[in-house]
Write a protein that binds this ligand. Structure first.
Ligand code: FEO
Ligand code: CA
Ligand code: CA
Ligand code: CA
Length: 636
């Protein structure tokens, strides 16, 4: 079933969102209150804080989940439930073309090799079917691990090292074909195979195309940017394109010179020091003192046609500029395209884009322009500090409205699209605990969003405790969900609650930090990040958390993937990853019999992982295929 078809077998009451509000009220009436001791330790402001979620059970009653729980693990392995297999599809450095050189683990290979190989740190990805047994995978390569990419671990960057690092970033697109037992192989000589890197030409579309602040020495028209990097998670459209999201783009800019940082650059984290990639040392484009406008050309959502390797990727400036995590696209019942988007930084915001024009089935030439024009909104939540659950509204970020005026420092719409974060602050948007992935239930009713963690909550000014961000110094994270009035994704108002609050019930008994009722010793985790639904409505939750297995994180083991039942609230661990990895990225074959997930940066910072090849080998980010031995649907 296409993810854009609405399911008829409802899991939720269908009508008004007021029913969600009623459900929240019901749950609040049987909410669990904190003990006095924990209130003292958590701070007096939390007195009476309920730990609740609609989910109120940890018993094994889910009809959706047919697998046995996988316990937390610190092993250097991918562990899946009994009756399942996990197999590597492709690893960082594997060839994508007939002339790709073999992976050289020494860290001395030149940039030309990496340009023909699968990039590093695979993250979000989408499977685009060609036929029953063939498909194209588009995969983000978010960043690189200098400690493995270079023999010198990034400490003596040459000009070719910078090129190699840039070639390890971006997107990998390649054909796969089904082999046996629902496993797949990469088709090395396919016409679809393509590497997109930090140097691939991309069109700047929408309101910022040709804008003075988009012009650089190399691009006097301000319409053709080079490359994409920091490609975190992703999305896809009903017209068959891939969406890649530019997240920590600021970390690639720096300068040897002193830099005077203006308020806009400051808000986006730009300055003299990069995040350790060293690109500005040998590529002037990334010298923020010499080419300040170059950074304006990054921080966008990019639309790519995975079926045409000669196509030019399109930067979609109509959707706003921030540290984009992922994008969840729905065709609203009125025909407009609605895209939900998170900005992953402590105290940043949750956004929505609504297209100006409507989707027309079968007219993909027109549909491909839908993300070029539209309106961006930012979320404001009710924040009564004794309630987890309430209402919220989307505030329009349109020039001349909601105080976005010249007098307040917003000269025009282009400025708002380029510096979207500043506009969000101006209109009083809620500061969030780092919005990561957003996923819409196949019924198109509830929308879920991981709020991964936020050590600054209640600690730094402007990030008060309350609403969907209920915990001070939040080191565990939570999953927010909301439902639009009348299930209308273009509506101004919604109701919200939390699906879960992660926590550690073995360390923090009886406190807010033990987590919601659906968290127990067998499924506890921290820092939910990757998120997605399958067609049956199983909620897949991937973690990017602390893997020390000590202190606040004792008993949680390595990062893992869990499965949630949206209706009963039950959460069950499905998979554990190798040492020092993050689990991120998920997509399925159209029959849902193969699940593709990403293992990112096993052994980062020289932690002792040799996954996936074992022995003394270099650890490598990889895509893993999960299959069921009886050939069934994953999770069933
Ligand atoms: Fe690239 Fe917010 O994770
Ligand atoms: Ca992430
Ligand atoms: Ca994360
Ligand atoms: Ca990571």
């Amino acid at each position: 079933m296409s993810p854009f078809e609405r399911r008829e077998d409802d899991q939720y009451p269908r009508n008004q969102v007021s029913q969600l509000t009623k459900m929240i009220e019901t749950n609040l009436s049987r909410r669990k209150f904190l003990g006095a001791a924990s209130v003292m330790s958590a701070g007096a402001f939390m007195a009476g804080m309920p730990v609740t979620a609609l989910a109120n059970t940890s018993s094994s009653n889910s009809k959706l989940m047919g697998f046995k729980t996988v316990l937390a693990s610190t092993e250097d392995a991918v562990i899946v439930p009994e009756g399942y297999n996990a197999q590597v599809l492709i690893r960082w450095g594997d060839g994508l073309f007939p002339d790709s050189p073999k992976f050289d683990p020494s860290g001395n290979a030149p940039s030309a090799h990496q340009a023909l190989q699968f990039g590093d740190n695979n993250d979000g990805m989408t499977f685009f079917p060609l036929s029953e047994n063939r498909g194209v995978l588009a995969v983000n390569n978010e960043y690189c691990n200098n400690e493995y990419l270079f023999a010198h671990q990034g400490k003596k960057m040459t000009a070719d090292d910078v090129k190699k690092s840039q070639a390890a970033h971006g997107i990998s697109i390649f054909e796969v074909k089904r082999t046996s037992n629902n496993n797949w192989d990469v088709v090395i000589d396919s016409k679809y195979n393509r590497r997109i890197t930090a140097n691939t030409p991309m069109a700047i579309t929408g309101p910022l195309a040709g804008h003075p602040e988009m012009k650089t020495a190399a691009d006097k028209n301000g319409k053709l940017a080079l490359g994409t990097f920091g490609n975190c998670a992703n999305g896809f459209t009903p017209w068959g394109t891939y969406l890649t999201c530019e997240e920590n783009f600021n970390g690639y800019f720096g300068s040897k010179q002193d830099v005077t940082v203006n308020k806009e650059q400051k808000r986006y984290g730009l300055g003299k020091d990069d995040a350790g990639y060293g690109w500005s040392l040998h590529d002037e484009r990334f010298d923020i003192a010499k080419n300040p406008n170059e950074a304006n050309r990054h921080g966008w959502i990019v639309e790519i046609d995975p079926m045409d390797p000669s196509s030019t990727p399109m930067k979609r400036t109509a959707m706003g500029r921030f540290k984009h995590e992922n994008v969840a696209v729905v065709i609203n019942k009125d025909g407009h395209i609605v895209a939900y988007m998170g900005d992953d930084e402590r105290g940043e915001h949750l956004y929505r884009f609504v297209s100006k024009n409507k989707y027309v089935e079968g007219n993909d030439a027109a549909n491909r322009k839908l993300l070029e024009e539209g309106t961006v909104y930012v979320a404001k939540f009710s924040t009564d500090d004794d309630k987890i659950g309430g209402v919220g509204q989307w505030i329009e970020l349109t020039h001349g409205k909601n105080g976005l005026t010249k007098e307040n420092g917003f000269p025009n719409q282009e400025y708002i699209n380029l510096y979207t974060r500043l506009a969000a602050t101006q209109v009083g948007a809620t500061t969030m605990d780092r919005p990561e992935w957003i996923a819409v239930h196949p019924n198109q009713d509830y929308v879920y969003c991981t709020l991964t963690n936020n050590k600054n909550r209640g600690v730094k000014e402007g990030q008060p405790v309350g609403g969907p961000n209920p915990r001070e110094a939040n080191n565990y994270g939570q999953i927010l969900r909301w439902r639009q009035i009348n299930d209308d994704h273009a509506h101004t108002n919604f109701a919200w609650d939390l699906y879960l609050m992660a926590g550690n019930p073995s360390v923090h008994k009886g406190t807010l930090y033990a987590g919601s009722d659906n968290i127990n010793n067998d499924n506890m985790f921290n820092s939910p990040d990757g998120l997605g639904f399958d067609a049956d409505g199983r909620l897949w939750i991937q973690t990017d958390g602390k893997y020390s297995n000590k202190g606040d994180y004792a008993g949680m083991g390595n990062n893992s993937m869990l499965c949630g039942d949206p209706k009963t609230g039950e959460v069950r661990r499905f998979l554990t990853g190798p040492i020092a990895c993050e689990i991120t990225g998920l997509t399925f074959s159209p029959d849902y019999k193969t699940m593709f997930i990403g293992i990112q940066h096993p052994g980062e910072e020289l932690e002792p992982s040799h996954w996936p090849d074992g022995g003394n080998s270099t650890p490598r980010s990889s895509i893993v295929m999960i299959t069921k031995q009886d050939g069934g649907v994953i999770g069933s």
